[in-house]
Design a protein around this ligand. Structure first.
Ligand code: NOJ
Ligand code: CA
Length: 711
């Protein structure tokens, strides 16, 4: 222990750092206590029985995480989980702020107390590592640092055992710990009732692999005392994604890293390394979880500098047509196609120059500055259902009816930039080979973003979307893209872990059941409680490309057996609820043309000065207000599950002494997500700070409000 540091910390009274040596029953227990800046959260580090190391986490006087052991299993080494001693502890305080180049708020405060604990084995091979803790007012992050490993030495991790021993049978909102995809519905149950493996082989998914009764993160919980917790990870770099294995009896949860059948291990590192942060967000309100910046704060500062080449935007696309089945990605039918030739078109191809231009005109007339065109490049005839997908997609060759350069030129002339599309069909090696060529083409055309996709089982066989090999692929794509001033919106991605702070060209991603499930899922689509759950689970990890804004709720006449399970007003509210610097305006143009409610989509911003979560309960409802970064206008969204409700919203967020024209897009009296989803009303009124708005939300409904400052 560094004595000088010890006294300095005490003198500034920010950290209570305590060593307690208790000689009880031959065992020595040594405790180090670290408190959050507001003193409400505290962790203790304990070494007990045979030098096993554990931590606990408390919120005020409530124990949230009881004695939880940590350890690693390495290849060709004894496990590293006992005979450990703490050899040094040092603490410090950080209070700084940084700016998001785009996002849910401009300024972010990064305020925490930290502890670095140096640990050594007391017996051979006397390995050393550190546990690093950062305790914030809104939660805990900790990681393991292996900093003394020689430069070329390989470390092979067979598994990491970070326990989270919970203190009760909490309510949990979870998706299964699928190694391949996060596109599952959220389940709400007690921990004791979680049965994740039953959710294997989902009909609508091209890949699922759920080897254990584990859940993916973020997983959100509520204790019976009313504390909200969410478990996740931050800065997932060169490591396997973490799922959390559920112990339905003792609630002693444990990390379960995603593996590789091909390689036979979970993680391989060369030289010194540290793990991702294991994170626990803690809040007395559900909304506090959304307002927390813990995940981004635990990442490194921006490495890209100025990325003003990326501009947050709404975007239209040649996309929903394919999900509705009115158009196709492919140009010819499979039988008629040699892999790369483009003969015998079947006439349903969506990505034509003409259609793209029509959409560009529509976008430019409606304050929308992006257009996504899917199915523009050769290869789609051998997409889903084909085993041999290596070398199929080509990311530079358009189909004969699509003039890429002309679409780009036309778009630019109208202030609408093309968003490129690269569906890799989960053949990342093919994509890797073409990355530079593909990005160079984009760069030469002045295209600054691409939606990538990884539908299907990963080739080579035995790799999973969330394993280390793919984590590294996704990162390579991001880093390579950055060199060409290109931003990435990944579908079938690795989960967000706050990397957007370091590499802000990670603009958005899927990683959940998006709107598309409503067009074709055989289980009836996303139920009304989906988004009120997503806001408190998936959204805690980062921006979501959900594609809100479907107006033709019943999908008539295209999909008589499918529908969107919300009201139209909720579709509007989602532009505010869902955080993303790119928001699609996905429905067919006819659904919007001449529709009075489309004014909200025209007006709504995508980049925010600040965000306030005004109320909410996980899976039930949530109201969020966000201030536009480019004006003084505010936007508000409220959504509810299948229960209708009335909420009161205090307009305290508005600026004092100013008047705003509020335009409220509300569910009509008789609106209902299933029986009458498109019944809405628009109410205009002038409002000021301090007033209260009463909003009636229909079952599966919502409310969207724009507050335009009266100059
Ligand atoms: C799945 C994506 O989620 C969807 O948005 C896209 O249209 C298809 N893959 C094709 O890439
Ligand atoms: Ca998808």
């Amino acid at each position: 222990m560094n004595i000088k540091n010890y006294f300095r910390l005490f003198s500034i009274n920010l950290i209570l750092l305590l060593f307690v040596f208790l000689a009880s029953c031959q065992k020595q227990t040594r405790q180090t206590i670290l408190k959050s800046p507001d003193q409400k959260l505290s962790i203790a580090l304990i070494s007990v029985e045979n030098g096993k190391l554990a931590y606990t986490l408390k919120y005020k006087s409530e124990l949230l995480i009881d004695t939880s052991f940590v350890g690693f299993e390495f290849k060709d080494q004894p496990p590293l989980d006992k005979n450990l001693e703490i050899v040094n502890v040092s603490g410090s305080t950080t209070d700084e702020s940084w700016e998001m180049p785009w996002g849910e708020q401009r300024e972010v405060r990064n305020h925490y107390n930290s502890l670095i604990v140096e640990i050594r084995e007391t017996v051979a091979p006397k390995r050393e590592f550190q546990m690093e803790f950062k305790l914030y007012n809104d939660g805990l992050g900790f990681r393991y640092n292996f900093s003394n490993i020689p430069e070329n030495q390989e470390t092979i991790i067979m598994d990491e055992s970070t326990h989270f021993k919970l203190t009760g049978d909490h309510q949990a909102w979870w998706i299964p710990g699928d190694w391949d995809i996060y596109e599952h519905l959220y389940h709400h149950s007690r921990l004791s009732e979680i049965d994740a493996t039953a959710l294997q082989n989902h009909n609508d998914l091209a890949q699922t692999y759920i080897p254990e009764n584990a859940v993916n993160t973020p997983v959100t919980m509520k204790t019976d005392a009313g504390i909200y917790l969410s478990f996740h990870e931050a800065n997932l770099t060169d490591y396997a994604g973490m799922t959390i294995k559920i112990d339905t009896e003792n609630f002693n949860l444990v990390s379960e890293l995603v593996g590789s059948d091909r390689l036979g291990y979970k993680v391989k590192r060369v030289g010194s390394f540290h793990t991702p942060w294991r994170t626990v967000q803690v809040s007395e309100t559900a909304g506090g979880l959304i307002e927390s910046n813990l995940i981004v704060n635990l990442n490194e500062p921006n490495k890209l500098g100025d990325i003003s080449w990326f501009e947050p935007t709404k975007y239209v696309g040649i996309w929903w047509d394919m999900h509705l089945g009115t158009k196709t990605w492919d140009y010819a039918s499979t039988q008629d196609m040699n892999r790369h030739s483009g003969e015998k078109p079947h006439g349903k191809h969506g990505a034509t120059t003409e259609y793209a231009k029509e959409l560009i005109d529509f976008a430019s007339e409606n304050n929308i500055h992006g257009i996504l065109v899917e199915g523009w490049n050769t290869g789609w005839e051998h997409w889903i259902g084909f085993e041999d997908r290596e070398g199929v997609f080509d990311f530079v060759t358009p189909y004969p009816d699509y003039d890429l350069k002309e679409v780009v030129r036309y778009g630019k002339s109208k202030g609408v930039e093309l968003i490129m599309h690269h569906e890799t069909s989960a053949a990342p090696r093919t994509y890797d080979q073409q990355l530079d060529t593909a990005f160079r083409l984009m760069h030469s055309l002045g295209i600054h973003s691409v939606k990538t996709g990884y539908v299907g089982k990963i080739i080579p066989k035995g790799e999973y979307h969330h394993g280390q090999w793919m984590v590294n692929h996704y990162r390579r794509v991001l880093e390579t893209a950055a060199k060409y001033d290109i931003a990435i919106n990944a579908h079938e991605p690795i989960k967000a872990t706050g990397i957007r702070r370091t590499l802000p060209n990670a603009i958005s991603r899927e990683g959940l059941r998006g709107q598309e499930f409503n067009a074709w899922a055989s289980d009836g689509g996303n139920p009304p409680n989906h988004l009120p759950t997503v806001a408190f689970t998936r959204m805690l990890s980062g921006p979501i490309d959900y594609t809100p804004g479907i107006f033709n709720i019943k999908l008539e006449p295209y999909k008589p057996n499918n529908q969107v399970n919300t009201t139209l007003a909720q579709q509007l509210a989602l532009y505010v609820i869902i955080n993303s610097p790119i928001q699609m305006v996905p429905d067919l143009m006819d659904a919007y043309k001449g529709h009075p409610a489309f004014q909200f989509i025209r007006d709504v911003a995508v980049n925010w000065e600040q965000t306030k979560v005004l109320n909410g309960e996980v899976g039930e409802f949530v109201t969020i207000a966000r201030q536009d970064r480019d004006s003084d206008n505010w936007f508000l969204g409220a959504i509810t599950n299948e229960d209708a409700r009335e909420i009161e919203v205090d307009l305290d967020f508005l600026e004092a002494g100013k008047t705003y024209t509020a335009r409220l897009y509300l569910d009509a009296e008789d609106a209902h997500w299933n029986n009458n989803p498109t019944a809405y009303i628009i109410v205009n009124k002038e409002v000021e700070k301090g007033e209260t708005l009463k909003l009636k939300l229909a079952a599966g409904g919502g409310a969207a409000v724009s507050f335009m400052l009266v100059e």
